[in-house]
Write a protein that binds this ligand. Structure first.
Ligand code: SF4
Ligand code: SF4
Length: 352
């Protein structure tokens, strides 16, 4: 891995094209905390010119949004560099597995009663196609159209929280079960952009195995959809927040799909800025997180949307927080839940 990191560090041409997309730089305007600045500082440390303590604070402030990686013309894998250096220079003192469980505990309590609800046994239409149900969705115990279509074998966490939290041991462990399941599957369908991008990054999967991983937008490709007869969103304005980890082509497919829905007025957001929440980032950097959230809140308010959709549970929480700080209380839903509750999918087969 260090060879891979070294290659990526050397690939940076210092062009600075990543700066304008970095939510931290846009708030702090400090070159030390830009993708380019972090790379120069890491190289300085590796060459013996900087001490560990001169980098850690700046590395820890990174939101791990991957926007720099997505916008780098030299294809520098900044996410990999920052996550591994973070883990090596300041390894997590607590197990991120335990931390994730603690973070999900309030959800389990809120949905406590659902634990005792007897869900009817599901016989999915496609048993050989797997559904990667993320940690939050699992803890909500909700059954959606995805459970009815695809088999849910109870995947492990996508491992992104372990990697960004500096817990490489649990990162490797969480990947093992997922890799085993993916290798045996025909396809694996994801509904969370962050889980999807994390699994696509598993270096243990070859290109053919990665082709089996598909996003929710792929199963609605080129379809014209309709709202259910009794949907409360008829004639309403709907917008979609693009999670930082969402691949642009998936976003475009989602926009096409939402544009195809009769009876809703889909409004494309004016910019695709970060919601600021960043998983547990909000807990450790509440001021920076809130400053980023305020910018996003203005974009959402200007859209005048009645309903805000997204495809990442961390963003859903971030968007709800945005509404509290901007006094703009609108319904926010996961795309999966919107499709399940509001779209007429009676004859939908899932994959054609
Ligand atoms: S990380 Fe990429 S975009 Fe940023 S300065 Fe280096 S080469 Fe340019
Ligand atoms: S991952 Fe996001 S916050 Fe971190 S340096 Fe890159 S763009 Fe900035």
């Amino acid at each position: 891995m260090s060879e891979e990191i070294e290659k990526n560090l050397k690939r940076c041409s210092r062009c600075a094209l990543c700066l304008k997309n970095c939510p931290i730089y846009n708030i702090k305007k400090d070159e030390n905390q830009t993708p380019r600045g972090l790379i120069i500082k890491i190289l300085g440390f590796l060459n013996g010119n900087l001490e560990k303590k001169q980098i850690i604070k700046d590395l820890k402030i990174c939101l791990n949004c991957s926007r720099c990686k997505a916008n780098c013309p030299s294809k520098v894998d900044t996410s990999l560099i920052f996550a591994y250096k973070n883990a090596q220079l300041a390894p997590s003192k607590i197990s991120q597995r335990l931390f994730l469980k603690l973070k999900l505990l309030p959800l389990s309590i809120v949905y406590f009663l659902n634990l005792f609800k007897k869900n009817k046994k599901i016989e999915p239409k496609h048993k050989d196609i797997l559904y990667f149900k993320g940690c939050v969705a699992k803890n909500q115990h909700k059954i959606t159209f995805l459970d009815n279509l695809f088999y849910n074998p109870d995947f492990s966490c996508c491992a992104l929280p372990y990697l960004t939290g500096g817990d490489i041991k649990n990162y490797k462990k969480a990947k093992e079960r997922n890799i085993e399941l993916i290798k045996k599957a025909k396809y694996v369908v994801f509904d969370c952009a962050s889980c999807y991008s994390a699994v696509l990054e598993y270096e243990e999967l070859n290109e053919n195995e990665k082709k089996k991983l598909i996003f929710i937008s792929d199963i609605f490709d080129d379809m014209v959809l309709e709202l259910k007869q009794n949907s409360k969103y008829k004639g309403k304005k709907v917008t979609f927040h693009k999670p930082c980890h969402m691949i642009q082509k998936d976003f475009e497919k989602i926009e096409n799909m939402l544009n195809s829905i009769k009876d809703i007025n889909y409004i494309s957001a004016k910019d695709d800025s970060c919601c600021g929440f960043g998983g547990s980032y909000f807990l450790f950097h509440p001021i920076i997180s809130t400053k980023i959230a305020l910018k996003k809140a203005r974009v959402i308010k200007d859209s005048q949307a009645d309903l805000i959709l997204t495809a990442c549970p961390s963003c859903t929480m971030g968007l709800r927080y945005n509404q509290i700080i901007s006094f703009n209380f609108k319904k926010t839903l996961e795309l999966r839940d919107f499709m399940s509750q509001e779209i007429a999918l009676d004859d939908f087969k899932g994959i054609r």
